[in-house]
Ligand binder design. Sequence first.
Ligand code: MG
Length: 229
Amino acid sequence: MIMKYSWILFDLDNTIYDFDASSDFALRKTFNEFDINDNEENIEKYKEINRQCWMDFEKGLLDFQTVRNIRFELFVQKLNLNIDPIEMTGRYLQLLSNTDFEIDGARDILDFLKPYYKMAVVTNGLKEVKRPQLSRPGIASYFAEIVISEEVGIAKPHNGFFEHTFERIGRPSKSKVIIIGDNLHSDIKGGKDYGIDTCWFNLKSRANDTEIRPTYEIGALAELKGILG
Ligand SMILES: [Mg+2]
């Protein structure tokens, strides 16, 4: 096997772990425990607030801990509920950190790649969710490094995040590193801007209506065998 790369950087959410399934599960369970109807309307209300908060985060208007705390605060206000949002936040994140729904073929491709490549997780998110998720014996053994944006203090797609990651993995040549992820902006643009190859995991076959061109595009993780095998 001829290996073009020495390091593979894996995004986590919706690349290895099924974040959509995880957040849906954790959110519904939280709603149930706090006697909130888990109908689509309420779920969507939370998701909209969540999206807006992370967008404000990206613009530098909010920091990690504010995003963490403000989402249920806004949600509780919006629905006029008499619930402690901090308690709700704690419960939701605890449930989320215990989820381990995986994307189809994730374990199989990690097993396939492990003997040949050094692998790292590069994830945008809160450490109180990501650390427990990634410290499970089953998953931790695949990755030589775990890089979490909250711990770095800066998120993908910013250069500083990749700079920090490269420091952690011993400054390999950029030509020997590839990032794999589902997000065209944070993973693919971030990787390209930093000067490494990229692989867009387009699980849902979305049209790419951006100017961002990945080095590779796949629709299933198993296709990585053709690129990296
Ligand atoms: Mg992702």
